[in-house]
Ligand binder design. Structure first.
Ligand code: SF4
Length: 235
C-alpha cells in the first residue's frame, strides 16, 4: 500500500497558507489549543456524520484512516461490500477518508457529510480532492455528492431521516480541475521538504476560510492594531 504525506485537512490547510502547512508538519507543538467552541463543532460534526450514515444503513465501517484502513477498504470493495463508511483511499501520497461509499446498479457513489447548513467553496475543494484521490487510486465513481443539514429541520424531529439533509452533486471532473489539484499538491510537497518554514506575511489568509491555529506564534510581532484588523476579517 502506497505511503502518504498529505491528507484532506492538510491539503485545505496548505491552500490557506503554506507556512501553516509547514508548521503543522514540522512544529505541531506551536499550534494554538482548540477552543471549547471548536471542540463542540467537531463533536457536532461527528454526531451528524453518524446520523447521516443511517441514510444508507447496513454498511461496514473502516477503522481510523491509515494504510491498514486503505487496504481494508480495497478488500471490502473487492469482496463486493455495497456500503462502506469512512472508506479510506491513498493516491499520489494523499490519504482521504470518505464518509459513505455506496454501490448501486449504476456504479459507485460517494457521499461526504457536512454538519453545517450551507456549502462553502472549501467544502467543494475538499470534495474535489477526495474524488481525485479515490479515482486516482483506481475506483471509478459514478457520482460524488455533498450532504449537508437542512437547518429548518431539527435533528430531534420525528421526521424521515432523508428530510433532515440536502444533497448536492459535485460538478463532473475535468482536466483543468484535476491538473490544478496536482499542481497544488506538488507545491505543498515541495514546501514540506524545505529546511525551514516559508516566509509568509500575515494577512487575510490568517482568518479565511478558517482562523489559523498558529496565530499566537505567527502574529507575535504584529501591533495590536494590526491584529485587530485581521481578527475583524472573520466577523
Ligand atoms: S497565522 Fe497567517 S501567516 Fe501565519 S501560518 Fe497562519 S495563516 Fe500563515
Amino acid at each position: 500500500m502506497e505511503s502518504y504525506i498529505l491528507s484532506k485537512s492538510t491539503y485545505i490547510r496548505g491552500l490557506q497558507c503554506h507556512k501553516s502547512l509547514y508548521l503543522n508538519r514540522h512544529r505541531p507543538y506551536l499550534r494554538d489549543k482548540l477552543s471549547e467552541e471548536q471542540l463542540a463543532k467537531f463533536a457536532r460534526g461527528h454526531q451528524v456524520g453518524k446520523i447521516a450514515q443511517q441514510l444508507f444503513p447496513g454498511g461496514i465501517e473502516v477503522p481510523r484512516p491509515g494504510k491498514v484502513a486503505a487496504q481494508k477498504t480495497a478488500d471490502l470493495i473487492t469482496e463486493g461490500c455495497p456500503i462502506i463508511y469512512e472508506a479510506c483511499f491513498i493516491h499520489n501520497e494523499v490519504i482521504v477518508a470518505l464518509d459513505i461509499l455506496v454501490k448501486d446498479d449504476l456504479g459507485w457513489k460517494a457521499y461526504e457529510v457536512k454538519s453545517s447548513g450551507q456549502l462553502s467553496e472549501t467544502y467543494f475543494r475538499d470534495a474535489r480532492l477526495q474524488r481525485y484521490v479515490i479515482e486516482g487510486s483506481g475506483l471509478s465513481l459514478q457520482s460524488f455528492h455533498l450532504i449537508h443539514r437542512d437547518l429548518e429541520k431539527d435533528l430531534d424531529e420525528n421526521i424521515p431521516l432523508s428530510d433532515l439533509f440536502l444533497f448536492t452533486e459535485l460538478e463532473p471532473a475535468n482536466d483543468e480541475l484535476m491538473s490544478g489539484i496536482e499542481n497544488d499538491l506538488q507545491l505543498m510537497k515541495e514546501v514540506l521538504l524545505q529546511p525551514k518554514s516559508p516566509s509568509v506575511v500575515p494577512g487575510s489568509q490568517c482568518m479565511k476560510p478558517y482562523p489559523c491555529d498558529f496565530r499566537t506564534v505567527c502574529w507575535k510581532y504584529l501591533t495590536e492594531g494590526d491584529r485587530d484588523n485581521l481578527l475583524n476579517l472573520n466577523l
